[in-house]
Design a protein around this ligand. Structure first.
Ligand SMILES: Cc1ncc(COP(=O)(O)O)c(C=O)c1O
Length: 396
C-alpha cells in the first residue's frame, strides 16, 4: 500500500480539474493574445477561470487578481515591488514579517536587507503563532509592509490575519499574506480579512503545478518585475498558462465546495492519526487542534531523528515530511520548532503528516500501524533514547 501524507508539499490534481485542463494542451492550444480563432477559442474558459478566482476568494471586481507561476513568484513580487513603490526614494524603510514564514518570504526580506531595508522577524509563541502585541510593539511610522502567513506550512497553525491586517492599517502599513496553506483548508475571504495582497499556489489545493496568483486590492499598485508583452493588464508579462489558469479556477471552486468535508471528515481522520501518535510516550504535537488547519500534524518524536523516520516510513509505503518540502534536502533541524522554543534535539525529531480530501480511513489505519512500529524500532536502535519518563511535555 502506498499512502501519501504529504499534502502540504503538494497535492494530487483532482481528476475533474484535469478533465477541464486537458483540451488546452492538444486541441485548443492557441495563444489567447492571438487575433485568430485559435486564440479566441481560449477566451471563454479563461474568463470563467478568472471569475472562479474572484468568487472563490470573495474579491471585488475592482481588485486585481494576477496569475503568476507560483506563490514563490507572487511573494517575491509583492515584497520587492514594495521596495520600488514604497521604500526606494521614500521615507519608509521597514518591513515586518514573522520568523516562521516560508523561505519565499524570508529570503526576499533578506535580499532587501542587503539593499538597506530594515526587517523585523517577529517571534512566535509556544503555539507557533504571532501575537498581536508583538506586531503592535514592532510597527512604527516607517513600516511600509507587514507580511504574515495565513497558515503555517509545517505546524498548520492559523494566524489571526484579520486582526494583524487591522494593526498594519491603523499604523499606515500595507498588509500581505501568504495564504498558500490556508486555501482549501479554511475559508479565505480577502474582503473579510481586509488584506492588501495575498499569494496562493494552485498545486496546494488539487490544482496543477506551475500556476499561482497574487491578489491586489483595488487602488493598490505593485511595480511589475516581469516586463514584456503586457499580459495580465501589463502587471505580469508572459504568455498565459491557459491550461494552468483553467485548472486553478476549477480547483479553487472545488476546494471551496469541499470545505465542510475538510472540516469534518479530513479533520476526523487527522484527529484519529494524532490521537494514536499521542498514545505513544514522548510524542508531542505542535499547536492546539482548534487553531490548526484540519489536515496537518507536526509531531515531535523523542529519540527518533526526523530524517531516519522519514526514510523508514518511505520504505514501507508512507510519504510524510520533516518540514518544508523545499528545504528538506538541507537536513537542518526544523526551524519552526526552533522558533517556537523547542530545544535542538526536539527540533531534529519533527515529522509532518498532512492529509487531503482523498485520504481514506484504510490509509490512516495503515499509517497508524506502520508509524507506531517504526517509532519503536528506531527507538530500540537509538543509542541516546531511554524510555525513562524524564522528558516532559513542558519542554516543548
Ligand atoms: C506557506 C508556503 N508559502 C509558499 C510556498 C511556495 O509555494 P510554491 O512552491 O508553489 O511557489 C509554500 C510551498 O511549500 C508554502 O507552503
Amino acid at each position: 500500500m502506498l499512502v501519501y501524507l504529504d499534502n502540504n508539499a503538494t497535492t494530487m490534481v483532482d481528476p475533474e480539474v484535469f478533465a477541464q485542463m486537458e483540451p488546452f494542451f492538444v486541441k485548443n492550444y492557441g495563444n489567447p493574445n492571438s487575433l485568430h480563432s485559435f486564440g479566441s477559442a481560449t477566451h471563454p474558459a479563461l474568463r470563467k477561470a478568472m471569475d472562479q478566482l474572484y468568487e472563490g476568494f470573495n474579491a471585488s471586481n475592482e481588485d486585481d487578481m494576477v496569475v503568476t507561476s507560483c506563490a514563490t513568484e507572487s511573494t517575491n513580487w509583492v515584497i520587492k515591488g514594495i521596495y520600488f513603490d514604497h521604500i526606494l526614494n521614500k521615507n519608509k524603510n521597514h518591513i515586518i514579517t514573522s520568523s516562521v514564514e516560508h523561505p519565499a518570504t524570508i529570503m526576499s526580506c533578506k535580499f532587501l536587507e542587503t539593499l538597506g531595508v530594515r526587517v523585523t522577524y517577529l517571534p512566535v509563541n509556544k503555539d507557533g503563532i504571532v501575537e498581536l502585541d508583538s506586531l503592535k510593539n514592532a510597527i512604527d511610522d516607517k513600516t511600509a509592509l507587514v507580511s504574515i502567513m495565513w497558515a503555517n506550512n509545517e505546524t498548520g497553525m492559523i494566524f489571526p490575519i484579520k486582526e494583524l491586517a487591522q494593526i498594519a492599517h491603523e499604523n499606515g502599513a500595507l498588509f500581505h499574506t501568504d495564504a498558500v496553506q490556508a486555501v482549501g483548508k479554511i475559508s479565505v475571504d480577502v474582503q473579510d480579512a481586509d488584506v492588501d495582497f495575498m499569494s496562493f499556489s494552485a498545486h496546494k489545493f488539487h490544482g496543477p503545478k506551475g500556476v499561482g496568483g497574487l491578489y491586489i486590492k483595488k487602488d493598490h499598485r505593485v511595480t511589475s518585475l516581469l516586463h514584456g508583452g503586457e499580459h495580465m493588464g501589463g502587471l505580469r508579462s508572459g504568455t498565459l498558462n491557459v491550461a494552468g489558469i483553467v485548472g486553478m479556477g476549477k480547483a479553487l471552486e472545488m476546494a471551496n465546495s469541499y470545505m465542510d468535508f475538510e472540516k469534518s471528515e479530513v479533520r476526523r481522520l487527522r484527529d484519529k492519526l494524532e490521537d494514536a501518535l499521542l498514545q505513544i510516550a514522548n510524542v508531542f504535537v505542535v499547536g492546539s487542534r482548534q487553531n490548526r488547519v484540519p489536515n496537518t500534524i507536526l509531531a515531535s518524536i523523542r529519540g527518533v531523528e526526523g530524517e531516519a523516520m522519514l526514510w523508514d516510513l518511505n520504505k514501507q509505503g508512507i510519504a510524510a515530511s520533516t518540514g518544508s518540502a523545499c528545504a528538506s534536502e538541507t537536513l537542518e533541524s526544523n526551524p519552526v520548532l526552533e522558533a517556537i522554543g523547542a530545544d535542538k534535539e526536539l527540533a531534529h525529531t519533527a515529522v509532518r503528516f498532512s492529509l487531503s480530501r482523498f485520504t481514506t480511513e484504510k490509509e490512516i489505519d495503515f499509517a497508524i500501524d506502520i508509524t507506531t512500529k517504526a517509532i519503536k524500532r528506531l527507538r530500540d536502535i537509538s543509542s541516546s533514547f531511554s524510555y525513562a519518563p524524564s522528558w516532559h511535555k513542558s519542554r516543548l
